[in-house]
Design a protein around this ligand. Structure first.
Ligand SMILES: [Zn+2]
Length: 149
């Protein structure tokens, strides 16, 4: 497992911001697999990054100190050490977003297509179901838009 897959989504995004805002102020390479840095957050935090054993990475900020958590400071250090991974991360997120939107659009057209094939009775049943189980505002909106008094 890599640093990114072990970190939470918000740590990844915040870490990316920190990297872009150049908050990693002192990056030192120990060897190909280990780095240390100082990251300028609320305070200055000391980060140890281990690419070979990501869970051995450490940071002395309140959310990661003494825990095996990959915080935003570790992620920011990772992106500073491997800038191409920051680009990969962003491209991958863009790709996932596009895929999701495409999927949503496909489902939407399938739903419209399905509705077009439903009988009047089936449509009535569905509408009543939405009124019974959907949010109340849908019912209120229906009453208002159709001038039902
Ligand atoms: Zn931290």
């Amino acid at each position: 497992m890599g640093i990114i897959s072990l970190a939470s989504g918000s740590s990844c995004w915040r870490g990316l911001d920190y990297f872009k805002d150049k908050k990693v102020i002192r990056l030192r390479k120990i060897n190909d697999k280990e780095y240390t840095s100082i990251v300028n957050g609320t305070k200055n935090y000391n980060v140890y990054l281990n690419l070979e054993h990501p869970r051995k990475s450490a940071c002395d900020c309140p959310s990661a100190k003494g825990k095996r958590i990959i915080c935003k400071h570790i992620v920011a250090t990772y992106f500073s050490a491997m800038p191409e991974e920051a680009t990969n991360f962003e491209n991958e997120q863009d790709r996932l977003q596009e895929e999701y939107e495409k999927y949503q659009e496909e489902i939407y057209y399938k739903v419209i297509n399905y509705i077009n094939k439903m009988s009047k009775n089936e449509l009535i049943e569905e509408l009543v179901h939405v009124f019974d189980y959907g949010p109340e505002w849908i019912y209120d909106d229906f009453v208002r838009r159709n001038y039902i008094e």
